[in-house]
Ligand binder design. Structure first.
Ligand code: PLP
Length: 398
């Protein structure tokens, strides 16, 4: 038998967002003044009260195994938190995992059989297709154009369903588009989901980061039928600036939670005991931090949206949530830079990092090969500097 690797594992694409962030970091370490718009995590520190809870856990010797699906006290706190989303999940319907990504991995391992199709609205967060494929599923992409604010319609969902469709992934607020689905849109989607009898994996990771008048609606809260078919995924990473702590969680039927818990018990056991205490404090402690972080993001979003609206050759729909601006750069493709035609988004990203020292995320891996993603989880000062550089580049184009 030759020393070959798993075909499934080899088919996984490396994460391009992590790659560009690493490149910008490397340049910074060499003393190059790079502005990195790649950040996928808050630029705030985890609040002190949360850190203190972790220190206390350590000092108290809370350093042993916990139940594989998370401590009862944390699952009870999550159950209370879900009530704010009008969702009733008992603690035994909740599984705490090692970050949101891990929750999603468990979900797809639990619901998919080989060859099952999963509908992924495009643009999508780049990990979805890879996670689905690793669980032997087949991603089916449904494009949501700019003209529809990058949100799929119920009709598109219905048209994409086949007898192999097992689930829909819904991500609102959305990474990378920043769009938020309204109650009416969700109702129409839920009606199709129930009729087609499929699951919805509702990724609500950016739930607390919504600006202006928009509100977050959990699709599972709409009625009992959709509740049964939904796995609500969330976590503390983005809302509490806790990306490194690795705590994500799900609410689902007891049956799904039980299977997810069994899988997790063999693969990782419990999520880190200290991080669980920190997540508990995040959920039950003061929430002012969430509000002030959100206020700051809103300020940056407004600034960026206005600047981009006044730039040549690019445009963006004003984001309603998360911390990304999804920028349409398609009009730069027939332009010339230093005698060369810009022919694709990776080419543009390369020019920006090499000649203008600005790191942006090419959205090819998010299903849109004529868009870039700019994160505003960086200081306003850096946002200004970076946008000045992008503008200077756009002015050069002929
Ligand atoms: N879901 C979305 C839409 C995300 O953007 C991310 C992280 O970037 C996650 C889930 C995963 O979060 P975590 O860091 O908790 O794994």
């Amino acid at each position: 038998m030759a020393l070959t690797l798993s075909k499934k594992a080899q088919a996984v694409k490396p994460s391009s967002t992590l790659a560009i962030t690493a490149k910008a970091k490397e340049m910074k370490e060499k003393g190059i003044d790079v502005v990195g718009f790649g950040a996928g995590e808050p630029d705030f520190n985890t609040p002190d009260n949360i850190c203190e809870a972790a220190i206390k856990a350590l000092k108290d010797g809370f350093t042993k195994y916990t139940p594989a699906s998370g401590t009862l006290e944390l699952r009870k706190a999550i159950s209370e938190k879900f009530k704010y989303n009008n969702l009733n999940y008992e603690p035994d319907q909740i599984v705490v995992s090692n970050g949101g990504k891990h929750s999603l991995t468990n979900v797809f391992s639990t619901i998919l059989n080989p060859g099952d199709e999963v509908i992924i609205p495009t643009p999508y967060w780049l990990s979805y297709p890879e996670i689905v494929k690793l669980a032997d599923g087949i991603p089916v992409f449904v494009r949501a154009d700019k003209s529809q604010n990058y949100k799929i319609t119920a009709k598109q969902l219905e048209d994409a369903c086949t007898d192999k469709t097992k689930a829909l992934i819904l991500n609102s607020p959305n990474n990378p588009s920043g769009m938020v689905y309204t109650r009416e849109e969700l109702e129409a989607i839920a009606e199709v989901v129930v009729r087609k009898d499929i699951y919805v994996v509702s990724d609500e990771m950016y739930e607390t980061l919504i600006y202006g008048d928009e509100e977050h609606i959990s699709i599972a809260s709409l009625n009992d039928e959709i509740y049964k078919r939904t796995i609500t995924c969330n976590g503390v990473s983005k809302s509490y600036a806790m990306t490194g702590w690795r705590i994500g969680y799900t609410g689902s039927t007891k049956e799904i939670a039980k299977v997810m818990g069994s899988i997790q018990s063999h693969q990782t056991s419990n999520p880190n005991s200290i991080a669980q205490k920190a997540a508990l404090e995040a959920l039950v402690g003061p929430q002012d931090f969430v509000k002030s972080m959100k206020k700051e993001y809103e300020r940056r979003r407004d600034y960026m949206s206005e600047r981009i609206a006044n730039m040549k050759h690019i445009s963006a729909v004003k984001p309603q949530g998360a911390f990304y601006v999804f920028v349409d750069i398609s009009k730069t493709f027939n332009k010339t830079y230093k005698g060369h035609r810009i022919n694709d988004v990776d080419n543009l990203a390369k020019i920006l990092i090499e000649d203008y020292k600005v790191a942006v995320i090419s959205c090819d891996d998010f299903g849109f090969n004529d868009h870039i993603r700019l994160s505003y989880a960086i200081s306003l000062e850096n946002i200004k500097k970076g946008l000045d550089r992008i503008e200077e580049f756009l002015e050069q184009l002929t």
